[in-house]
Design a protein around this ligand. Sequence first.
Ligand code: FE
Ligand code: FE
Length: 289
Amino acid sequence: MSATQPLNQEQPLKHVEEWDDYVAGRYQEGREQKEFRNFESAAEANPGIARFYRLNHTGQTVDFVLEKEKQYGALARGKHSLWEAADYLNTLVDDSDPDTDLSQIEHLLQTSEAIRKDGHPRWMVLAGFLHDLGKVLCLYGEPQWAVVGDTFPVGCAWSDQIVFHDYFAENPDAKVPEYQTLYGMYEPHCGLDKVHMSWGHDEYIYRVARNYLPEPAHYMLRYHSFYPAHRHGAYRHLMSPHDEEMFAWVEKFNPYDLYSKGSAKPNLKELRPYYEDLMAEFFPSEIDW
Ligand code: FE
Ligand code: FE
């Protein structure tokens, strides 16, 4: 950790799912987007969420992201099966909270089952099951703001399409002129693969799974929380034509992540053989985390 970056361990959310629920509410059919664009009223309505974004927008600096990419990019935390990761993630659930009676595995299965019901390719069903496994970062001791939250590029000007944009004023990178231009440390249309995204569960699961799934799945995993781009059209100036094409898959994936929560409780026991087969089709029994 660099000396200028005291890692704030404050946990303003009851649970990381509180962020997911907030985002789902933000994009509820027919809901006025304006209500979330007014900084003061949004902060007042959701103090815990506002505090969370303040920590996220302040802490996600170029230095912080590069350090996390190095720390986790080596995938040196041991070999585990996908089920082990899912079981491990389930230990995050706080059973005393009546709002989160759905376990982590249930959200994964609701997402993947909704994809499956719509007849999408098998790799997409599997990507649906995996998409949030990167939240095991919480169990590695990462604070909430370095695990969840809308993601965005670091090292260039922050789009005003990022929710709670005002908090970026407190980010140390605000004082680095090189990072405050439209392109910052990047070239026009350089492609997102060259862009460093704020650190969180998306980037981590992408790195864990990338050797085993086809490219559209990489985009779904890596950019599923990149709401400024896939919902608001921001950062097109960094994207390549190939990114634009691949983002069709990110957009296709997003409604399954956001809107499958209300669906029937999945029966893990019944579904398990299907997922065992699916995992064996694409992954070895254990992978590096
Ligand atoms: Fe997610
Ligand atoms: Fe999710």
